[in-house]
Design a protein around this ligand. Structure first.
Ligand code: ZN
Ligand code: FE
Length: 269
């Protein structure tokens, strides 16, 4: 008997302190995004009776690729990943505009280059009508963004702009549960934002019962994520008040300087 295939779904597989590994599956086959650790993925595959058919990577950090060798011992599958991020295991190198037909699944993704956190970082977008998904690694987080380990503020800003331009209902599958800590910073820089207050209530409840705050969606991020709102008057005023932008900078805002100042402030918040 052939097992019955279902609609595509995404399993949340927690790993380490605060990583999420994503297992996209149809009840039979599965693709994993950013398997930093193999054991929780192998366990999830066993529990759900799934066969791994592909590995998708966003960037070269160990908490995103560490499980690849062990998974490849168990499953000989293609490894999709960034062309320019120095990951030796990648068999299918990808860059901006590439389309991926994920083996074993009815899943097509488009690739975006999103440099900043690392220089070669990519994101995967599923554009199926009614099913907009974004796997963005450590670029966009719930109410935050990744640290600039390799890229410039201008690069990260334009990467985030690209993600913010996706449809509002795009689900944001980022790779870490950093939302509450990011929200504390967001509230400090934009205390009067009503949508932000609602999100803090909602996400605090979720974390209070150990539920993930991820995925959010692009509409929520645009309404609450300070890194997508760096030129909002209230945020510019906070940057000036905190001495992170020169007095008067809010009159003629420069989007990259405002973003850079926000990112540096968050680093020490
Ligand atoms: Zn990373
Ligand atoms: Fe990470």
């Amino acid at each position: 008997m052939t097992p019955l295939r279902a609609e595509l779904a995404v399993l949340t597989v927690p790993a380490f302190q605060d990583n999420y590994l994503w297992l996209i599956h149809d009840g039979v086959n599965a693709a994993v995004v950013d398997p930093g650790d193999a054991e929780p993925i192998l366990a999830a595959l066993r529990t759900h009776g799934l066969t791994l058919t592909a590995i998708l990577l966003t960037h070269h950090h160990a908490d995103h690729i560490g499980g690849v060798p062990r998974l490849l011992q168990a499953y000989q599958v293609p490894v999709f990943g960034p062309r320019n991020d120095g990951i030796g295991a990648v068999t299918h190198p990808l860059g901006e505009g590439d389309r991926v037909a994920v083996p074993g699944l009815e899943l097509a993704c488009t690739v975006l280059d999103v440099p900043g956190h690392t220089l070669g970082h990519i994101a995967y977008v599923r554009e199926t009508p009614g099913e907009h998904w974004l796997f963005c690694g450590d670029t966009l987080f719930g109410a935050g963004c990744g640290r600039l380990f390799e890229g410039t503020p201008a690069q990260m800003k334009s990467s985030l702009d690209k993600l913010a331009a996706l449809p509002d209902d795009t689900l944001v599958y980022c790779a870490h549960e950093y939302t509450l800590s990011n929200l504390r910073f967001a509230q400090a820089v934009e205390p009067a934002n009503k949508a932000l207050q609602m999100r803090v209530e909602n996400d605090s409840k979720l974390r209070g019962t150990h539920l993930p705050t991820v995925p959010s969606n692009i509409a929520i991020e645009k309404a609450t994520n300070p890194f997508l709102r760096a030129t909002e008057p209230a945020i510019l005023a906070s940057l000036v008040a905190a001495g992170r932008l020169p007095a008067g900078a809010d009159a003629a805002p420069d989007a990259v300087s405002a973003f850079a100042a926000l990112r540096e402030w968050k680093n020490v918040f």
